[in-house]
Design a protein around this ligand. Sequence first.
Ligand code: VAH
Length: 281
Amino acid sequence: MTSDGPFEVLDVLYASRLRELIEKYGVTQIYHLAAILSAKGEQHPQQAWDINMRGLFNVLEMARDFNLRLFFPSSIAVFGPTTPRVATPQDTITQPTTVYGISKIAGENWCQYFFLKYGVDVRSVRYPGIIGYQSLPGGGTTDYAVEVFHEAVKGNPYTCFLKADMSLPMLYMDDAIRGTLELMEASPSQIRIRTSYNMAGLSFTPAEVTRAIQQYVPGFTVGYEPDFRQQIAESWPSSIDDSAAREDWGWKPVFDLDYMTRDMLSHLADHYLVKLPGLGR
Ligand code: VAH
């Protein structure tokens, strides 16, 4: 038991255990966040496909059997090199070139199938890169945008695995959580799209987030050594049109680059017990 309620460790591929826990706790909603992300998925393609798809099938079947409301996180990784990169539309070409992206576009269509065929109330957004201080990143192409803050607060230089001018769509964790809850609390009649909604917060490059940090951590430096993740990032959009989410269920981000930077640095300074005079702490 945690301060927020019951806590169980579950392998999402273990369907019978998932069913037991749903019955044990009288679960009414599932936020299905378990998946292998883009970079890790390219290193273990079969495992990524298996976990991302079998895990989704398990929660979709449970949502059907128990009439649960289900959240499925898709990603801007469903877009590929043939997708318009600027202000990527809600309805456009989706030819992803990563296993992760392929699993997410397949997942979107399975979610729509379960809605149309069985009436399962499954809802989804295409998350950009999500940035938060609550945990370290794990296997994504946008991980640099979290790692860079940790190194800045610890007083270390950072070596970025993407090019300095690689612009990607991002979203601060506070906005991501609030927006996801707003989607899940919306009336079913508001949810016009049952594959997945485009969702965006802010776009920036490694150079831009570095400059934002240097406003508060003078002397912080970043070097660039692009690796295989640069090619993944180049296949994704640089900005997203999320007007459908704004019109249908009132989505609106709050955090811009400076606000996010101050919030990240402030929380990480507390975490590492570090003083940041530039931040007035
Ligand atoms: C990744 N953070 O980098 C995830 C996300 C759009 C990126 O899906 O794989």
